[in-house]
Design a protein around this ligand. Structure first.
Ligand code: SF4
Ligand code: SF4
Length: 70
């Protein structure tokens, strides 16, 4: 199974909860990309490796991440 992630990036507050929950360690907080609210935002480091488990989406308190399975 493969996951296709989309991010409502302007709602991300860079809290890192999703980073810690990904079993594949595929998420990180950017050191460069800032959203409209001034937060460093989450990034997917390897889209091909995502298994679509949706742990990240469930963990995010701000519903930033949407996971579709392919
Ligand atoms: S869907 Fe699962 S594997 Fe993919 S980024 Fe989220 S937590 Fe990681
Ligand atoms: S996507 Fe959600 S859980 Fe992940 S850093 Fe942003 S606000 Fe936090």
């Amino acid at each position: 199974m493969k996951g296709i992630l989309t991010f409502r990036i302007d709602y991300c507050k860079g809290c890192g909860l999703c980073v810690n929950t990904c079993p594949k360690k595929l998420l990180k907080i950017s050191t460069e990309k800032i959203n409209k609210k001034g937060h460093y935002v989450v990034e997917l480091t390897d889209a091909e490796a995502c298994v679509g488990c949706a742990s990240c989406a469930l963990m995010c308190p701000d519903c930033v991440i949407k996971v579709e399975r392919a």
